[in-house]
Design a protein around this ligand. Structure first.
Ligand SMILES: NC(=O)C1=CN([C@@H]2O[C@H](COP(=O)(O)OP(=O)(O)OC[C@H]3O[C@@H](n4cnc5c(N)ncnc54)[C@H](O)[C@@H]3O)[C@@H](O)[C@H]2O)C=CC1
Ligand SMILES: O=C([O-])CC(=O)C(=O)O
Length: 308
């Protein structure tokens, strides 16, 4: 069996940590590519030299040349600027839109059969750009949002109840912005509805903290944004494709009538397997949830409208 090939575009904080998780999980061989000369080469060599210690068999190369990325199975786009304190993710639109467009052109040229996972912010708009630029079918292009946002929400709940992190399941709907919609009604702890375990006001404060989870870390770091949980989250999405896991994960997916929306990317639960987004799952939402979802998707649409 041929080993899988994963390209990670952008060898900064998120990209290099994606490579780390991918190697640790032995997902395949890894190519790190960046415009910065020497950075992907140095980080890739360093990471490969951990292989004898950790015992993984991934060949990891760093490059500035897209020829080295040819025939990738999965490409993760992390190229672009991260925000600093006081900025919103949307403030990155002007600078990152062109980067995502040009990166996608190169990916399509060298890996016409790849699945593209987008991380670069504002992610729902970046994913839309990658989708339109690639000409790929919508199941093959999707973005990181809800796995990360719900991981934050799940973390807060697990700590509040002092239970295992893995027993908390949840998801987050809508765009990856301040008006994302953590779904309390669909959050369970060991199969028990969370509303039976945590009072409403405490839950609401955790919803707020999850919504602002990215900014909380930006305000600590000052020089950039989160990367350990983001890279773990997107590599879980990659793993689902590479191993045909068919897990249900919240991802930024192309909507074609689901939730009454078309031609937009937003966070929704979906089955993720060997064919990428195999099915978007539509849930019954109450009026309050639907209003919040529509508000969040409208913010994404407003940004798409700003694209030249
Ligand atoms: N969707 C999500 O949930 C998350 C999104 N992000 C986003 O991911 C992006 C990357 O964040 P970090 O890795 O922390 O930033 P970083 O600044 O550490 O790394 C970005 C890298 O992209 C490279 N780059 C710039 N233009 C490029 C191009 N045209 N081709 C290839 N590489 C290029 C830079 O040289 C740099 O090495 C940001 O836009 C950030 O907002 C970060 C965390 C979560
Ligand atoms: O907050 C940011 O800018 C990076 C990000 O999307 C996150 O950590 O959720």
């Amino acid at each position: 069996m041929k080993r899988k090939k994963i390209t990670i575009v952008g060898a900064g904080n998120v990209g290099a940590t994606c490579a780390h998780w991918a190697a640790a999980k032995e997902l395949g061989d890894i190519v790190l590519i960046d415009v910065a000369e020497g950075i992907p080469q140095g980080k890739a060599l360093d990471l490969m030299q951990a292989a004898p210690v950790e015992g993984y068999d991934s060949i990891i190369i760093g490059t500035n040349d897209y020829e080295d990325t040819a025939e990738s199975d999965v490409v993760v786009i992390t190229a672009g600027m991260a925000r600093k304190p006081g900025m919103s993710r949307d403030d990155l639109l002007n600078i990152n839109a062109g980067i995502v467009r040009s990166v996608t052109e190169q990916i399509v040229k060298y890996s016409p059969n790849a699945y593209i996972l987008v991380v670069t912010n504002p992610v729902d708009v970046s994913t839309y750009i990658a989708y339109k630029t690639s000409g790929f079918t919508p199941n093959r292009v999707f973005g990181l949002s809800g796995v990360l946002d719900s991981a934050r929400f799940r973390t807060f709940i697990a700590r509040e109840l002092n239970v295992s992190f893995e027993d908390v399941t949840s998801f987050v709907l809508g765009g990856h912005g301040d008006d994302m919609v953590p779904m309390v009604r669909y959050t369970y702890v060991g199969g028990i509805p969370v509303e039976k375990l945590i009072p409403r006001d405490r839950l609401e404060s955790m919803v707020e903290r999850a919504r602002k989870g990215g900014a909380e870390i930006v305000n600590y770091l000052k020089t950039g944004s989160a990367y350990y949980a983001p890279s773990a989250s997107v590599m879980q999405m990659a793993e689902c494709i590479l191993k045909d896991k068919k897990r249900i994960l919240p991802v930024s997916a192309y909507l074609q009538g689901e939730y009454g929306e078309t031609d937009v990317f937003a966070g929704v639960p979906a089955i993720i397997g060997g064919n990428g987004v195999e099915k978007v799952i539509e849930l019954d939402l109450n009026d309050e949830e639907m209003t919040a979802l529509k508000k969040s998707i409208n913010s994404v649409r407003n940004n798409i409208a700003k694209l030249g």
